[in-house]
Ligand binder design. Structure first.
Ligand code: FAD
Length: 447
């Protein structure tokens, strides 16, 4: 007799949970995964994927304008049809949701469309009332948007709702200044909205290289985005067809929509983890390098832990967990040199340390940069400059950080990140012949 219903029970079929379930089942484990919303999770259903499709859609606003300088006749009364884009994006989300579901089914994973809560070290309860036991439990429930607590906050939306808006607001206030805030600011601006970014501090994109943050701020201001710094919500007043946002240190702002992009909170509330002795750190599940929580049979991966909240990390953690415990291949995720991007207009991409982090850690650093106007922008008459910055260890010449803002920066950084991860030096980059004419060639011509 099998002592447990399953070898592995996974809570959440998002980026991490789907990968862990599929791989563990492929290794021969009996696996069930519970999903309370839609298979695919945040990234596929209401994160990276639909967001990137909106970024593509938004970029046409500038591309079509620029096309005139490249000889194309583009009518002055350009019309953007939000209904059409939203429908097409949501159809693509449906397609991916079905593809993820098929993958799990094809690998013999049992999908349970229900919310699950932990009731003990080896047991869970579904919202249907069913009790299930498993030798191991994997918590992969992700995170949800934080909503600041103040009167009238019920009138705001989060990124979850942004993909389903009935219409593009004429005026939107986005609270927060992290990557999600800046990405949606670019999206709504390109779709014709007046965008106000409101933040309680004086900076945007904390943690990113300061020169790039300044550049994005400068370009955004030039494009007409409005910034309200040192601003905290007082209250939101709802009128018949608009909202007035009252905030500290600034005049009230009247807008059609308020969006909170003020951080993400791990989904641990009411999950029953305490019952099994799982310790939390600020709401996130505390885990060791093998993704094990303080309860030996319960593991956690992805955004519900306090590591890096990115899809490729959740996927790697899921893969490492499944390979380690079901594939006889002990694996740990290497968190060094993880590249990341902000799909703003223009985008930012980075890998490794910022200049100030490197100075603190290494003492002696050398910095190289290139501040240039991309060829395409020159002909288009677009006064937007790109900035590339390389941070090197002053003693060894090894590249420890690479930071780019400019067209296609995320596409460019992925390749360069391989070189940074491999420990290459500035001299190695310089020894590589430039590929002309590209923007990426600046990487081997930095001064
Ligand atoms: P998730 O993918 O969130 O999956 C968790 C799943 O668990 C969800 O499907 C949820 O419904 C389910 N669940 C929760 N509680 C329960 C329960 N009790 N029982 C059953 N099911 C439950 N990352 C990038 O790398 N690049 C990007 O460009 C990017 N853009 C983003 C844009 C936005 C707007 C957002 C919100 C996020 C973005 N991210 C991006 C982050 C990325 O989506 C997450 O890091 C990633 O999805 C984390 O994967 P996960 O498996 O930990 O959790």
């Amino acid at each position: 007799m099998m002592p447990y219903d399953y070898d592995l029970f996974v809570l959440g079929a998002g980026s991490g949970g789907t990968r862990a379930s599929r791989v563990a089942a492929a290794h021969g484990a009996r696996v069930a995964v519970a999903e309370e919303y839609r298979v695919g999770g945040t990234c596929v259903i209401r994160g990276c994927v639909p967001k990137k499709l909106l970024v593509y859609g938004a970029h046409f606003a500038e591309d079509l304008k620029d096309a005139r300088r490249f000889g194309w006749d583009v009518p002055d009364d350009l019309h953007f049809d939000w209904d059409r884009l939203r429908t097409n994006v949501l159809a693509e989300v449906d397609r991916l949701n079905a593809a993820y579901t098929d993958t799990l089914n094809n690998n013999g994973v049992t999908i349970l469309h229900a919310r699950a809560e932990v009731t003990g070290p080896h047991s869970v309860r579904l919202s249907t009332g069913e009790e299930i036991t498993a030798e191991r439990i994997l918590v992969a429930v992700g995170a949800h948007p934080a909503i600041p607590d103040f009167p009238g906050n019920e009138h705001g939306i989060t990124s979850n709702e942004a993909f389903h808006l009935p219409a593009i607001p004429k005026r939107i206030l986005i609270a927060g200044a992290g990557y999600i805030a800046n990405e949606f600011a670019g999206i709504f601006h390109q779709f014709g909205a007046h965008v106000i970014i409101m933040n309680r501090t004086q900076e945007i994109l904390r943690g990113y290289e300061i020169a790039l943050r300044d550049r994005l701020l400068q370009i955004s201001l030039m494009k007409g985005l409005e910034f309200r710094f040192d601003a905290k919500f007082e209250h939101i007043e709802k009128h018949e067809d608009c909202l007035t946002v009252h905030m500290t240190n600034h005049e009230p702002a009247t807008v059609d929509c308020v969006m909170f992009a003020t951080g993400r909170i791990p989904n641990t509330t009411g999950l029953g983890l305490e019952a099994a002795g799982v310790e939390l750190d600020n709401g996130a599940v505390k885990v060791d390098a093998d993704n094990r929580s303080t309860c030996p049979s319960i593991f956690a991966i992805g955004d519900v832990t306090n590591r890096i909240q990115l899809t490729p990390i959740a996927i790697r953690e899921g893969q490492a967990f499944a390979d380690s415990f079901y594939g006889n291949k002990p694996t740990r995720v290497d968190y060094g040199c993880v590249p990341s991007a902000v799909f703003s207009h223009p985008p930012i991409a980075q890998v490794g340390m910022t200049e100030s982090e490197a100075r603190q850690k290494l003492g002696s650093v050398k910095v190289y940069s290139s501040d240039f106007r991309p060829m395409k922008n020159v002909l288009a008459g677009r006064n937007e400059r790109a900035l590339y910055k390389m941070v090197c260890d002053g003693d060894t010449d090894r590249i420890v950080g690479l930071h780019l803002i400019g067209p296609d920066a995320p596409e460019i950084i992925q390749g360069a990140a391989v070189a940074v991860k491999a420990g290459l030096t500035k001299a190695d980059f310089d020894a590589t012949v430039a590929l002309h004419p590209t923007m990426a060639e600046e990487l081997v011509l930095l001064r």
